[in-house]
Design a binder for this molecule. Structure first.
Ligand code: ADP
Ligand code: MG
Ligand code: MG
Length: 886
């Protein structure tokens, strides 16, 4: 089995096998660029080592053979006492994991070859001893786990003894002394002398790189970045070139464009007389790359030339590492460079202009997560703002405002035009109005899937959750943090991206991209390259995509916003909120009704209110489809909580007040109490049990549609029945609804579709039957996930999701991104069997997954017609639907 590849044998497409660094070193070698010779040990060798705890058979021999050929090519032997070949041993996984794994430089130096190195460098002893002390330091730290600070201290000590703060002032004797000190440290921590045998150094370093794949920080990083845990790293053995040979040598890093803004032009740092890691470590101040032109014009010109070639070759921004050894330029690394979200869009646009890529390719160069980032306002943190607490960045954005502790107060102050931050220990459904009114939400409990986090993300509202240093005292209207007390009305600032909390107001800049989407910023007039690039790429995504994008919106205002953001309809209009607020009393009347007449009266009172709501939404969505979901949650959710009510009744009785009404209410609450409300009397079950309830809603929808149409508009309602598990449920509701619709619509020309939500696993599995009675399906993937897994969403997060994520049972919460294998399979089956029974059946998805990039790609692949998500996510879904299609 081949475990070792010479650089000349690889290419950039072999990242799986050679890692990113190795594949790109090979690519540069084959482009004829000046890369020091070397070879790459494959990720397969690493996987085998990690699986068995020892090097696979044949590896040692292959390394030997490649080393010999390297030695022949260089005309030197590894660690030769007179003229040593030195090598670096560098990690390099398929996906770049910056700073996570290990690299050892100057392998091959020992007490004898250090002398040879000095001689070969024209008697430059300082250089040789500097290289040797670096080897012991890096080898000790990365291979033998000697605490790095010990070496740092010894180095500081040497500088102090010399009366300097710069390592450049240390002379050969100082460095020779430092080598002795380092060796003692090495011996003390490892119980053995620093290995003098070059091949042993090499083998131990290779092994350490293999093992660094499983270093704790690497494991954490992979989990966060969702990099699979079993890829392993390749190891690159590269002939050393020396940037620390004197002032005519040096090392640097560069980008072919500005990775922050995307602006054209080269960016980079250079450090004379240094080895590579000094630049990153910030040991000395670097100079801007442009200064190299003055220092070494020939190398500078060659570098620029190479950078232009690399960009042309990779057709993208590249970052590089290079070293100049006595006026000779060497390329040590390149890769397609990381960049900010803004730069990703700008560069993609530029590359199209430059003819390097087409618009389809430009779509692949950006993603929805980046677009989402660009849509949030940002803090300008140029001043010294120190966070006082840090929680989970639960819903990104930046918000400043006056602290309030109750929903009611949030609504009050917001009505006066104040920006407020709602601070709670945790939020619950009663906080909804306050959350809507607030600029941001801060909680001291809960993680990324807590109520606050989930609801805030849905609303596109900034939220920091689980900031547990904050001690919230709601009755006293204050919280304490870091020894300070913050009262209602004091200003705080929260960053929902980083989870940081600041006292006082941090200035915020609104997102230009949102202003563009809202139509208040003309892309032609904006002198901002970003908005122009976003405009072009979004236009192309819209032209390319097959999935339509709708929004979830319950009010006219939400609908209007969604439309501005490009929604092509409403995929989910929930009717629950229409039962809240002042209308609660009507709902109570409905629930307490003892006779048909009482019930009919209550419903008749609700009808015009519902109708008005729908009129408003249909007007905003003129000409576009609006899917209205009939009432879904159990009715007792609209009643007061049992305990509270029981106490109130008891207290009132004690006082001798007349409590007949309250007692009836209490009895109703008791009667309707459910052990598992999620699996109880809700959705279609409610419609079948409470006479007239669905009928009232259907009538309100149909009447609203007729009114809007008569007024010259165009309403396209789609009535959606929730929680159906059997076709008979739908048929029953549908028969009644069709009668009402026919009666209301008459000859107005209004067409009302009737369909169902697919959110119960049984519905997915009997989709062929259900399709006979449904004009459309909308996948309710939130409930489908809950019931598919048997999770109650509100209960699982705090209880055990963290553990599941830790154990890798989930890569990501299945509520955030659709579980393709399980819940996704239900969607696929239902889509196929539904369409087989009724060709052309309209298929959509509502629920948070509709705005999740990964999930959008899945929904595209199973052939849905549209996704629906919160208004704020609509542009993200448009972009991802475009990316899925090209
Ligand atoms: P990382 O992945 O952390 O950047 P690298 O393997 O690229 O680690 O190496 C760390 C530093 O050492 C870089 O600055 C690199 O340029 C430098 N370096 C690596 N190999 C050599 C070499 N053969 N000669 C000179 N410098 C090298
Ligand atoms: Mg590097
Ligand atoms: Mg549901």
């Amino acid at each position: 089995h081949k475990y070792v590849y010479d650089f000349a044998e690889g290419n950039r497409d072999l990242k799986d096998l050679l890692g990113g660094k190795g594949a790109n070193l090979a690519e540069m070698t084959n482009l004829g660029l000046p890369v020091p010779p070397g070879f790459t040990i494959t990720t397969e060798a690493c996987q085998a080592y990690l699986a068995t705890g020892r090097e696979p058979d044949g590896l040692a021999g292959q390394i030997e053979a490649h080393l010999e050929s390297l030695e022949r090519g260089m005309g030197r032997r590894l660690g030769d006492p007179h003229d040593p070949l030195l090598v670096s041993v560098r990690s390099g996984a398929k996906f770049s994991m910056p700073g996570m794994m290990e690299t050892v430089l100057n392998v091959g130096l020992n007490d004898r070859s250090v002398v040879g190195l000095a001689a070969r460098a024209g008697g430059n002893e300082r250089f040789a001893w500097d290289s040797y002390r670096r080897l012991i330091q890096m080898f000790g730290k990365t291979v033998c786990e000697v605490p790095g600070e010990e070496f740092e201290h010894a180095l500081d000590e040497a500088k102090r003894a010399r009366g300097t703060t710069s390592d450049l002032d240390l002379d050969a004797d100082d460095l020779r002394g430092l080598v002795d000190a380092y060796k003692k440290i090495f011996l003390k921590h490892t119980g053995r002398d620093f290995p003098q045998e070059p091949r042993e150094q090499l083998d131990l370093a290779i092994r350490a790189v293999f093992e660094s794949w499983n270093a704790e920080r690497a494991v954490l990083y992979r989990r966060q970045e969702r990099i699979p845990a079993d890829l392993g790293t390749a190891v690159n053995v590269v002939a050393m070139v020396f940037g620390n040979l004197g002032p005519d040598s040096g090392t640097g890093v560069a980008f072919t464009r500005d990775p922050a803004s995307g602006a054209q032009g080269i960016y980079g740092d250079y450090l004379a007389n240094a080895q590579g890691e000094d630049v990153v470590a910030g040991i000395r101040n670097t100079v801007p790359l442009q200064d190299l032109e003055r220092l070494d014009k020939r190398s500078y010109d060659e570098l620029l030339d190479i950078m232009a070639r690399l960009e042309g070759h990779y057709r993208d921004l590249c970052d590089i590492e290079f070293t100049i050894e006595r006026g000779k330029l060497w390329m040590l690394q390149t890769r397609v460079g990381k960049r900010t979200a803004a730069a990703a869009f700008v560069i993609a646009g530029q590359l199209v202009d430059e003819g390097l890529i087409d618009l389809d390719e430009a779509l692949h160069r950006v993603n929805g997560a980046q677009l989402a980032q660009l849509m949030f306002p940002r803090f300008q943190l140029d001043h010294d703002f120190e966070p006082v607490a840090r929680g989970v960045g639960a819903s990104p954005g930046a918000a400043s405002g006056k602290v309030v502790f109750t929903s009611a107060r949030a609504v009050e102050l917001a009505a006066e035009g104040e920006a407020v931050i709602l601070v709670r220990r945790e939020t619950n459904p009663d906080d909804l109005n306050g959350m809507i009114a607030a600029r941001g939400i801060l909680t001291s409990r809960g993680g990324k899937t807590s109520h606050a986090a989930v609801v805030a993300r849905g609303m596109g509202k900034t939220c920091v959750s689980g900031a547990d240093e904050i001690d919230v005292n709601v009755p006293a209207k204050r919280f304490t943090v870091a020894g300070q007390t913050v009262h209602e009305g004091d200003v705080v600032s929260i960053d929902g991206t980083t989870g940081k909390v600041y006292l006082g107001e941090v200035p915020v800049t609104p997102s230009e991209v949102v202003r563009y989407f809202e139509g208040t910023l003309d892309p032609d007039e904006a002198d901002d390259a970003l908005v122009g690039a976003v405009h072009r790429i979004m236009t192309h995504a819209d032209a390319a995509r097959r999935l339509a994008v709708r929004a979830n919106a319950d009010t006219g205002a939400d609908a209007a916003r969604a439309r501005r953001f490009g929604a092509q309809g409403i995929g989910l209009c929930r009717t629950e909120h229409m039962f809240l607020g002042d209308r609660r009393e009507l709902v109570e009347r409905l629930i307490l009704a003892r006779t048909d007449t009482e019930r009919a009266d209550a419903l008749a009172a609700l009808l015009p209110l519902q109708r008005d709501d729908f009129v408003e939404i249909f007007r905003e969505m003129d000409g576009l489809p609006v899917t209205v979901r009939l009432i879904d949650p159990p009715l007792h959710e609209f009643l007061p909580p049992l305990e509270q009510l029981a106490v109130d009744v008891a207290v009132a009785q004690e006082r001798g007040e007349d409590v007949a009404k309250e007692e009836a209410l209490l009895a109703a609450v008791r009667r309707m109490h459910e052990e598992n409300p999620m699996l109880g009397l809700r959705g279609v079950r409610l419609g079948l049990v409470i006479p007239g309830l669905f009928a009232m809603q259907v009538r309100a929808i149909a009447e609203a549609a007729v009114r809007v149409t008569r007024d010259g508009g165009s309403a396209c309602p789609e009535i959606m029945v929730p929680l159906v598990g059997a076709v008979q449920e739908l048929e029953t509701v549908r028969a009644e609804a069709e009668k009402i619709i026919a009666e209301v619509v008459g000859d107005s020309g209004v067409e009302v579709l009737i369909g169902t939500m697919i959110e119960v696993p049984r519905a997915a599995l009997t989709a062929g039957q259900i399709a006979e009675a449904a004009q459309f399906f909308s996948f309710g993937t939130n409930d489908l996930t809950q019931m598919g897994w048997g999770f109650s969403r509100d209960d699982v997060e705090g209880a055990f999701f963290w553990r599941y994520l830790e154990l890798g049972i989930f890569g990501i919460s299945p509520f955030e991104s659709i579980d393709r294998d399980g819940v996704g399979r239900l969607v696929r089956i239902a889509a196929e069997e539904g369409r087989a029974a009724r060709p052309g059946l309209k298929l959509g998805v509502c629920g948070e997954h509709g705005g999740d990039p990964e999930s959008v790609h899945f929904f595209h692949s199973v052939g849905l017609d549209y996704v629906s998500c919160s208004p704020f996510r609509v542009p993200v879904a448009r972009l991802e639907a475009g990316r899925a299609a090209v």
